[in-house]
Design a protein around this ligand. Sequence first.
Ligand code: HXC
Length: 514
Amino acid sequence: MKKALSKLHEKKDLAHQGGGSHRIQHQHEKGKLTARERIEVLLDKNSFEELGMLVTHRSVDFGMDQEKYYGDGVITGYGTINNRPVYVFSQDFTVFGGSLSEAHAEKICKIMDLAMANGIPVIGLNDSGGARIQEGVVSLGGYADIFYRNTIASGIIPQISAIMGPCAGGAVYSPAITDLVFMVDHTSYMFVTGPNVVKTVTNESISSEELGGAVTHATQSGVAHLVAENDVECLMAIRNVLSYLPQNNKLTTPVLPCHLGTRELRPELNDIIPDNPQHPYDMKTVIEGIIDRDSFFELHANYAPNIVIGFARIGGRSVGIVANQPAHLAGVLDVNSSKKGARFVRFCDAFNIPLLVLVDVPGFLPGKDQEWNAIITNGAKLLYSFCEATVPRITVITRKAYGGAYDVMNSKHIGADFNYAWPSAEIAVMGAKGASEIIFRKEIAAADKPDEKLREMEQLYAAKFANPYLAAERGYVDEIIEPEITREKLLRSFAILQTKRKSPPTKKHGNIPL
Ligand code: HXC
């Protein structure tokens, strides 16, 4: 037995050495943790159970039969995060650059299948040079096996991708299908084709960072939901975000302890809306005034900032927040903000996370750029996502709710459960100036002083329509509330909606305007 044990330990030691000490040192020099160190940081202490430690590749071409490493470039297994189980794979860049071979893909597929069968989230830590070049089509097949599982698992178990190194070629499509993509600044890259191919095909010179670095994807493409300063920060963000999510689509979200006062007034909310309706304010101040202290986990903070999305807790329970941001482009809805909001609404709906929608929106952004980039189709995505969401849904209109954007932003008509408005709300077809210019065109043209006449008609229109009372008379708004009682109102409203049961009609799937 002694001999057998020592053989086992020798093999395990070798597996722990990955691609060797010089490659590990190189990894550290780049500011990156190794695949195993990342798992240690991500999971609860001593909770990791490894599967497939001794797997090797079966490739023989190009001298590959002479070069084998236990694990074959990916460490897979399960463990816990805050005592809840997760499956994890962590690509080991020190072994063939973390490239994906047939055996490497099989290991990832194995834990994905287990995660699906047991309703447990999957976390992928990506650090890979893409398809194992020595294996050709076999590695392409391995990628496709993973893409297929990502897609089938979508909406059933949460899937989170951390990009912690290169992620090139087809490798980007697995993270793209998952629910969340977190990137590490300066050490991670995602692109379908790298700078060299770009130069050859388009003659464009561009750095990896500019083409597909973390900041690029967090601000320009919207591929990345979050940028972390370093590996540890990224892994901590994953731990944190999981605390808002259920284990799978059949379960509810965790409830964290929350000490509620007898009254939950937040008087500071009464002073947020400026007297001048043209002046901006920061919707994040409203969010902070409503939620459990410091519970906001923002996603896509620097992409389409005219809409704010993220998870928070109210009374210890998770909610997904979608809020117009008047501090950026007046909170207008455009192509990118519509796409950003729509995907988040569907994520929340798939995983039983109630939605809180805060509205201050002057309408959709006009212009050729928007029309040519299909604001029609993209705006419809947000509309469609709200329409089909069956989770508890509450809207608070803080100020403007104009035009089609009123309808889209979780209005009563498209299935919101409770709709509240602050007294500062303006709910109308369009702003008073634009409306007056159209409907009083003749009177204004005939007036001695057209400017004065316009202002007079504007005031008339605003007095009649730029308020929440007509909507309240119709029941489109359930109650007009003092801002300071918003948190208390939401605590009660979300509590009564906890037993909401609504199922969509049976169908294969809808045809969302993609
Ligand atoms: C096999 C690879 C590899 C790969 C890197 N290595 N990528 N081995 N297959 N795809 C190996 C290197 O030979 C090297 O081995 C080690 O990993 C580290 O690589 P370096 O180049 O030294 O590291 P670095 O300078 O940091 O550059 C990293 C890199 C670069 C940017 C990822 O290696 C690179 O460009 N690799 C190729 C990327 C690529 O084109 N992949 C295919 C994409 S197409 P040693 O022994 O020296 O340590 C694709 C199709 C999938 O993925 C389609 C699915 C549908």
